[in-house]
Design a protein. Sequence first.
Length: 202
Amino acid sequence: MSNQEMLLGGGFSDVPPFSATGGTITTVGADTVHTFTGSGTFVLENPPPGFTVQYLVVAGGGGGGRSAGFAPYAKGGGGGGGVRQGQAIFTGATYTVTVGSGGSTDVNGSDSSLQGGEFSVSSTGGGRGGAPSTAATGGSGGGGGTNNAIAFGGANGTAGQGNRGGNGLGNSTGNDSNYSGGGGGGASGAAQNGQGSKGGNG
């Protein structure tokens, strides 16, 4: 019988209805997916015991390196936002969803998080790219920039969330076209170093 359970000894007891709301709701096969592109709340009411939720939390990516008032120099790419995914048992609660924004030029990305009940997970914003100096660490690290013949290394990512940015390539040959910034790191792997006049891929 819908929304009811039979008790031994006769009679019926109402079973509170289960509901999950928040975000854009879609169905993929047998799974219901709640997607948040901005901050909000995920509300879970009366879930059955042991209710399992798969989660994917992605932080904002870092901005590329800033322009400098001299040349030759190259700017590193911003690192990707940290990625955390897994599954956990959720209880009935209101979960706060924070969606981090991408960083502007020379600014790290913002963190993203999912918190409520006894559950909490957060991802670190991506590191800014370097130019004309060092890159910043983050979920994935920013790519290194260059200052004439001086090349700066890419920054490290956060363990379990992302990877290292690529190194910059300095203008050691005197050829103004032979310098480039490193790519920003990403979730799938470390970025490429600068290559000649071509920046490294993220």
